[in-house]
Design a protein around this ligand. Sequence first.
Ligand SMILES: [Fe+2]
Length: 328
Amino acid sequence: MSINPLTFNLITIDHAFHSAGLPVLVQPTQSPVWRDCFEEIKQLVEQQLHVKGGLLFRGFSIAGAEDFNAFARAFGHDLLTYDYASTPRNEVSSGVYTSTEYPAHQVIPLHNEQAYTLSWPLKIWFHCEIAPEQDGETPIADSRLVYQKIDPVIRERFVKHGLLYVRNYGNGLDLSWQQAFGTDDKTKVEAFCAKHNIECIWKADGELQTRQVCQAISTHPITQEQVWFNQAHLFHVSNLDEHIRETLISVVGEENLPRNVYFGDGSPIGDDDLKHIRTVLEQCQVRFAWQQGDIMMLDNMLAAHGRSTFSGDRKVIVAMAQGYSEQN
Ligand SMILES: [Fe+2]
């Protein structure tokens, strides 16, 4: 799909911002106030987001988390809460969260948001309030390309069986169930799990295990393109440092690891499969430096995101919208 350049007067669009063609850079030509350009921004998003997968808005004035919240909501959908969380975050404005609060020295591998469950946001926005002094990018990757580059034999194995995610909460090893589900009420956790096809097992020590069989790939609802869409490489035990992996298994047993993933029939996934998947993700990774005030808008099915290590301050906040499930 091509854009008639005459359509846009208040914004410019640079498809060559990155050699990967992703993200597309969007900048104001006159007023930096996003509301002044929003009709054109919205038109661009409707035409291009599901084609390119990601847009980077640079040079627009965004006045804090509330203004970012308003920008994200202006596309017409309520912001989603971060239910059934897998990582620690804080809500800074209604529906706006800090990005995952892992230590600066840790890389967060590429992933599609909430691809470890059966419903997920179609849209996700990142806003850089404080650009990191060094590194700290939010790398992205085209999930269509990832799908295409995965060895068809491995891909077929994943597609055929699906993926069983097993999570054990609390015990100081991972998020508590209260954090993951945002409640202290066990009956609310049970109701959420029943509604979302998650098996919910209370253990003798009062802690929780959940088990859920999910997709390995998905089909984009607009373009019908196939995308690699799971978090096996994050949940699989091979994501742990080898020493930690051995220690944890010897202390709690494999069945009580904070998180793990198997094929949908419960059979193990080989480390080599995950190694291949991580290599493909690395090959598809697109990096660019954040500038303060940037907003990146991704189609969460077409583009995966991660986080590089960084030094100094860094503040990137996140909003998500348009919940989607293949079951609907
Ligand atoms: Fe994420």
